[in-house]
Write a protein that binds this ligand. Structure first.
Ligand code: GAR
Length: 209
């Protein structure tokens, strides 16, 4: 029933999963200096470091990563700010049980620097997406999204903070639904059993009210 969480840095989404009481059995980082490792250890969660720099080829790193993951026999592997592109073989190995959170309303702004790009594009709504991972980067079936407004006075930091608060709401929900066997994938669509129409679409409250 457990979840292995992969991180590369701060680990605030991983922390949100822990605080939601989800059964996280291990946190694995590709960087020894990832802040989130301390947070996990302090809560008694097993941690592992598999440094990508130690591997010449992406395939070799992914194989070592998979060995570490499989040692915990998780049901779900949750990417939480894991900043590595995964090989097709890795993605195939965890097909249907590999989840990611991305800081934009996909399919808008896949890749990096999503907040700066949203500001540059002048969008009025931005947000975050939890999705199943497929071989194509940031394109897997969408489980849940949260939208937040973009204000005239926003800079990258203020917008990132608003999105991050929404991330911390939707990622634990998506992981819980998965563990409760409530998610079914049909093509590119995810059907949530017993979820209300609004549950997998969160729109942040109107701040003027
Ligand atoms: C989060 O905003 C997450 O959505 C993003 O990195 C941040 C990690 O923060 N992920 C990606 O950009 C994946 N391409 P955290 O370590 O505090 O959870």
């Amino acid at each position: 029933m457990s979840v292995v969480v992969l991180i590369s840095g701060r680990g605030s989404n991983m922390q949100a999963l822990l605080e939601a009481g989800l059964p996280v059995s291990a946190v694995i980082s590709n960087r020894a200096d990832a802040k989130g490792l301390e947070t996990a250890s302090a809560r008694g969660v097993a941690t592992r470091v598999i440094e990508h720099r130690g591997y010449a080829a992406r395939e070799a790193f992914d194989a070592a990563l998979a060995d570490a993951i499989d040692g915990f026999a998780p049901r779900l592997v949750a990417l939480a700010g894991f900043m590595r592109i995964l090989t097709p073989a890795f993605v195939a190995r965890y097909a249907g049980r590999l989840m990611n959170i991305h800081p934009s309303l996909l399919p808008a702004f896949p890749g990096l620097d999503t907040h700066a790009r949203a500001l540059a594009a002048g969008v009025k709504l931005h947000g975050c997406t939890v999705h199943f991972v497929t071989a194509e980067l940031d394109h897997g079936p969408v489980i849940v999204q949260a939208a937040v407004p973009v204000f005239a006075g926003d800079d990258e930091a203020s917008l990132a903070a608003r999105v991050l608060a929404a991330e911390h709401r939707i990622y634990p929900a998506a992981v819980r639904w998965f563990l409760e066997d409530r998610l079914r994938v049909e093509g590119q669509r995810v059907i949530g059993r017993g979820l209300s129409e609004s549950e997998n679409t969160l729109i942040s409250p109107d701040p003027e009210r």
